[in-house]
Design a protein around this ligand. Structure first.
Ligand code: T1G
Length: 642
């Protein structure tokens, strides 16, 4: 049964039980409608407590139903029935009351929250606006400034903030259900949210600033601006009119490409580790070794500490160890200052550092994050092979080297795996889990478990030069270089991709990351005979002149007071390298040529079995390389061949 009704004296407890997150499916909506009818027709019921089983109050409408036409009873009707009831309804909120879940709670007459609960309206992150009264009831409970941040920003707030703002009436001290029952026992008069006046703007300046900032950050995702407009109608129109407008807007956005794309990536991100091997019992993971205290190593060490693991950081000498430990300390303090780490002292207490591999004798997993050079990595692995316990997993953080080659230098190659973190490791969501041929099944299971416990989105990749993300980016760079030879300028290529919705263009990205990284890869691959020899020479020439990008005040662009400007010098080099008349290339030509190159590379990754699905490629590019989330729809599916 997805919804049950139990009597506690004169109080009826209506409990939703629809694992895993109590999403409001059609069955739940129908059962809630029936519960309203039942409680309204029973004079012996003096009040209703609406609660949820499991880990969270309703986390939203069932997004899986969004590709089909809505079926009655619609959520707004269910909420209207609760709100119109003569028997008071008290919502008991725990976990994450999100979207339709918070809308149901706001349709109840009162709300009691567990102190650790969070609540929000994340519809905008799915390319939508709230579709069941969120933009009309929320501004009748909290200030317009907070309402616009929640509706157009999509981020949840804590229970304490909700109490202070007027969104909830009390925080439970002790058992939530007990607290809600006690509140219901007071038989409060039904307080209908729609009958309340809007709270209004505490500061019109703040409202406009928040709205403008969210619109600017939306970068091509249209739901944000539409959400602000929906909220402004909720603030100004009569409730019935505002509700009708909101519903119409929601229904029209639901079938949009962007909403389809955002739903696609939402579910794709949750399907990447679906693999029989991840059902196997993983190895124990409490003590992690990290070899290399540079940016990556320190970032990985910090992340593991923030997630409750113990870490031993190894560097080659005392000075480097000290520098590495300092980087870790600074990262932990920075995270604590931003509210991302509650127990700074506890995390730091789990950290130790050493210059000797013997300090890793008890480590369950060791991740090397040393210089991207095969001989250095093999030397590290050989040292770890001797110093670590036989069932310790040895992981390389390489971003493109041959993990089979590295594994082969171990007595037992089955304990080797690739864990490609993205910098900054404690912030970027993506983790490419690179599977060498000999990897043991329970090592795969352990890596998947680690990915989840570190809050990462783990994607399996086969072994190849660059894995999934760097292969796609390499094809992006090559096509962009060919566009220069055919007549486009770097600023034109970047502008075209920004217009399409990318946060920045490929030449801006290279100037930011440093042209020398790809240059090193090209030199290595040339030495290995893997390049055809007719690649564009432009980037090499810029690197030979020391033009590595922002860090050298010049790369594809010149930098004046930190601001990028098209470079006459680079234009001259491009002209010299062009061996044909310039073509007239429109923005559409540029975008379609680049998407075509991405698609060809994606299809190759699928054919070679490096990527397991087109969805995995979407997930890698969105979470590792800043591709727009909302292009997870037709564009990605189109070019990634799914
Ligand atoms: N619908 C259907 N399935 C959902 C779901 C949802 N809303 N939310 C989560 N799941 C599934 C998810 O696919 C996964 O399935 C499992 O639950 C655990 O999720 C009318 C229109 C709640 C914070 O946007 O943010 O209401 O992989 O791995 O990390 O105005 O899930 O196990 O098969 O993410 O603990 C608004 C989306 C919807 C919330 C939990 N609500 N969900 O995170 O677990 S639109 C949302 C989340 C709406 C109304 C509008 C997170 C979570 P599987 P998980 P988690």
């Amino acid at each position: 049964m997805t919804v049950t009704l139990q009597r506690h004296g004169a109080i009826a407890v209506v409990r939703i039980d629809n694992p895993p997150v109590n999403a409001v499916s059609h069955a739940v909506r129908q059962a809630l409608m029936d519960a309203v009818a039942q409680t309204e027709s029973d004079a012996k019921i003096g009040a209703v407590v609406l609660a949820c089983a499991g880990r969270t109050f309703v986390a939203g409408a069932d997004v899986k139903e969004f590709d089909a036409p809505p079926v009655e009873p619609h959520l707004p009707d269910v909420i209207a029935a609760i709100e119109a009831a003569d028997t008071p309804w008290v919502a008991a909120l725990h976990g994450t009351a999100l979207g339709g879940g918070l809308e149901i709670a706001m349709g109840c007459h009162y709300r009691i929250a567990d102190p650790k609960a969070r609540m929000g309206l994340p519809e905008v992150t799915l390319g939508l606006v709230p579709g069941a009264g969120g933009t009309v009831r929320l501004p009748r409970l909290v200030s317009a400034d907070l309402a616009v941040a929640m509706v157009a920003g999509g981020k949840p707030i804590t229970a304490r903030a909700a109490l202070d703002a007027g969104l909830v009436d009390a925080l439970a001290e002790g058992d939530l259900l007990e607290a809600a029952l006690a509140f219901a026992e007071t038989r409060p008069e039904p307080r209908r949210t729609l009958d309340l006046p809007v709270v209004g703007k505490t500061d019109p300046e703040a409202f406009d600033k928040i709205a403008a900032n969210l619109r600017r950050k939306a970068r091509g995702q249209s739901s944000v601006a539409i959400a602000v407009e929906a909220l402004e109608r909720g603030l100004t129109l009569p409730p019935a009119e505002a509700l009708a407008e909101e519903r119409a807007t929601f229904l029209s956005l639901k079938t949009s490409d962007q909403a389809r794309g955002l739903r696609h990536i939402f579910f794709a991100e949750r399907a990447t580790l679906a693999d029989p091997r991840t059902k196997i019992e993983p190895r124990a993971l409490t003590h992690i070794g990290v070899v290399g205290g540079g940016t990556m190593g320190a970032g990985i060490a910090s992340l593991c500490l923030m997630r409750g693991l113990s870490v031993t950081l190894i560097e080659r000498d005392d000075v480097s160890v000290e520098a590495g430990a300092e980087r870790v300390r600074a990262t932990l303090e920075g995270s604590a200052n931003r509210g991302l780490l509650n127990d700074l002292d506890g995390a730091w207490a789990r950290f130790q550092s050493a210059t000797d591999y013997n300090a890793l004798a008890e480590a369950d997993l060791v991740i090397e994050a040393v210089f991207e050079d095969m001989s250095v990595k093999k030397e590290v692995f050989a040292g770890l092979d001797a110093a670590t316990k036989p069932d310790a997993i040895l992981a390389t953080n390489t971003s493109y080297l041959d993990v089979n080659d590295i594994a082969a230098c171990l007595k037992d190659p089955s304990r080797a795996i690739g864990l490609h973190f993205f910098s900054p490791a404690h912030i970027m969501k993506l983790l490419e889990i690179v599977l060498p041929d000999a990897v043991a099944d329970d090592v795969v299971a352990t890596a998947a478990r680690l990915s989840k416990s570190l809050g990462k989105i783990g994607v399996f990749s086969g072994v190849c030069d660059g894995f999934i993300g760097n292969r796609i980016m390499s094809s992006y760079r090559s096509e962009a270089d060919r566009l220069l030879l055919d007549g486009a300028w770097p600023s034109e290529v970047d502008a075209a991709m920004r217009t399409f919705g990318f946060p920045m263009g490929i030449f801006e990205m290279q100037d930011l990351a440093g042209l020398d990284i790809a240059w090193a890869m090209r030199k290595r691959r040339r030495a290995e005979g893997k390049l055809t020899g007719n690649e564009s020479r432009i980037a090499d020439r810029l690197c030979e002149e020391g033009r590595f990008g922002r860090k050298t005040n010049g790369g594809w662009y010149d930098y004046v007071d930190g601001r990028a400007q098209p470079s006459q010098h680079v234009a001259k080099v491009i002209d010299e390298e062009r061996d044909a008349e310039r073509m007239a290339l429109s923005q559409d030509d540029i975008v379609s040529r680049i998407l075509g190159a991405l698609r060809r590379e994606a299809e190759a990754l699928l054919e070679e079995g490096i990527a397991r699905s087109a969805d995995d490629i979407d997930v890698v590019m969105v979470n590792g390389y800043g591709f727009p989330r909302w292009t997870g729809g037709p564009m990605f599916s189109a070019w990634s061949g799914s």
